[in-house]
Design a protein. Structure first.
Length: 74
């Protein structure tokens, strides 16, 4: 499980937070910097929670999908 605002998140929620952060910022007039800043914050939260392997894998899969838009991360 990962942690958000002091509460444990079920596996997969970290990936959902990453996806929603990216979509919300990109929908805001293609705010690429805001999108990456938001993703960075979400990854910091995920890392602090010492994620289970499945949670980390879901987050990486989401990052790979996001990277399909800008082709920048991988």
């Amino acid at each position: 499980m990962s942690v958000r605002a002091g509460k444990a998140l079920p596996e997969g929620d970290a990936a959902r937070w990453i996806r929603e952060t990216f979509r919300r910022r990109m929908d805001d007039d293609m705010d690429v910097k805001g999108a990456f800043d938001g993703i960075s914050r979400e990854l910091t939260v995920l890392q602090r929670g010492n994620p289970e392997p499945g949670t980390a894998a879901a987050a990486v899969a989401e990052l790979r999908e996001i990277d399909g838009v800008l082709n920048f991360l991988f």
